[in-house]
Design a protein. Structure first.
Length: 133
């Protein structure tokens, strides 16, 4: 019989594998179990970041993605901070939060804003309001 996955390392390991191999329900269940059972785990920050990526890439739920990614940046993550800001920029532009998007991109290493954000920034400075997509 199968033993339940109960330690933080294995929960994270299984979460990532399920995530990468498209087993979405199992990935979510394991990420959430890790965060619930082991909120102070060394893997908790990783789980929060990858939940944000999961909601961004897999579910296309940009509001949920920003929820998890904001937690990562609020924790001042050394490992995921810049990447979390980058995805926060992308997710915020997807939901039309361009000011938050520009602010997030400003905390990354990217040299130029993505075109949709740049168009919005230029238009707003010119007093024109482009249609949100």
């Amino acid at each position: 019989s199968k033993r339940p996955v109960n330690d933080d390392f294995n929960l994270f390991y299984f979460s990532r594998n399920y995530h990468l191999f498209g087993r979405d329900d199992l990935a979510l269940r394991h990420y959430n179990k890790l965060l619930t059972k082991f909120p102070d785990s060394v893997y908790a920050e990783d789980a929060l970041f990858f939940l944000g990526i999961f909601y961004f890439d897999v579910k296309k739920d940009y509001r949920k993605a920003t929820y998890y990614l904001k937690i990562v940046v609020e924790k001042k993550s050394e490992r995921w901070g810049k990447a979390a800001y980058y995805y926060l920029g992308r997710a915020n532009s997807q939901i039309g939060n361009y000011n938050e998007s520009i602010s997030a991109y400003g905390k990354t290493n990217i040299e130029r804003l993505p075109q949709d954000v740049l168009v919005h920034l230029i238009a707003s400075k010119a007093g024109v309001h482009p249609l949100a997509h």
